[in-house]
Design a protein around this ligand. Structure first.
Ligand code: NAI
Length: 214
């Protein structure tokens, strides 16, 4: 690995890495094995200097006249993002959102495997979410004791999330992908990634108002 483990990469750069990873994956699929920062910049609509700055941070220096080796860069970013392994995921709340996530095939392609889904509604328990049968949330604790779960997806109403999160934490789940609109209080060795689609649409509305005010 070229990148110096001791040198911490800023969160701003980390947040841009998945996008680089996606583009590089597309390039590989199209048989493109090397690319200049200028060409990558044109395709991604990011300045070439931003690309050089980002990628140089972890030692992926492009070579003058050659550019970047797409596969090396792809593999390097994959390692940094922890995508060189598989993750077991469970869904808590198999309603509209839980179903949509369970049915999105791309997660599996990236190594995120849904191994179970839980709900409290008797009408949907026993039905399927993606490839898995929805189980009664009463069995969550037992399931966690008997299976390795890396990430729990919380797609339940915010009022119910605080009761579920301690069960996850106490049973060794280290990653929570939280769609419930509530900030969870978890110990330092548990990481929570909050997702708010409304934040994204509000950013869009801001940009639209900016346009109109020009
Ligand atoms: P939904 O009502 O279709 O599904 C929620 C499911 O959670 C239901 O099947 C319900 O039975 C189940 N549930 C409730 N309490 C539970 C518990 N303690 N244990 C197990 N299952 C439980 O709602 P939808 O549309 O799927 O949204 C789910 C939640 O995610 C909502 O709170 C919504 O506000 C939030 N949401 C967040 C988004 C985001 O971007 N962060 C986007 C869309 C929804």
């Amino acid at each position: 690995m070229n990148y110096d483990d001791n040198e911490k990469i800023s969160m701003a750069v980390i947040k841009r890495l998945p996008r680089y990873y996606r583009y590089l994956g597309d390039l590989l699929e199209n048989g493109i094995t090397r690319i200049s920062s200028g060409e990558l910049s044109r395709r991604m609509n990011v300045t070439a200097s931003q690309i050089r700055q980002d990628l140089n941070k972890f030692g992926c220096f492009g070579q003058r006249g050659y550019g970047y080796n797409v596969e090396m860069l792809y593999e390097e970013i994959k390692k940094i993002l922890g995508l060189d392994r598989e993750y077991n995921l469970i869904i808590i709340g198999a309603g509209n959102l839980g179903q949509a996530l369970a049915n999105y095939g791309n997660f599996k392609k990236r190594g995120f495997n849904f191994i179970a889904a839980f709900d409290k509604n008797p009408e949907i328990i026993g039905k399927k979410a993606g490839d898995v049968v929805i189980q009664d949330v009463d069995g969550l604790e037992d399931f966690l004791k008997n299976n390795r779960v890396d990430i729990a997806v919380l797609s339940i109403p915010k009022t119910n999330a605080p009761q579920i999160s301690p069960i996850l934490v106490e049973n060794g789940v280290k990653g929570i992908w939280n769609f419930s609109h509530i900030d969870l209080h978890t110990p330092d060795d548990v990481v929570v990634e909050n997702v708010h689609l409304t934040d994204s649409v509000m950013t869009l509305s801001y940009k639209l108002s900016e346009l109109e005010n020009k």
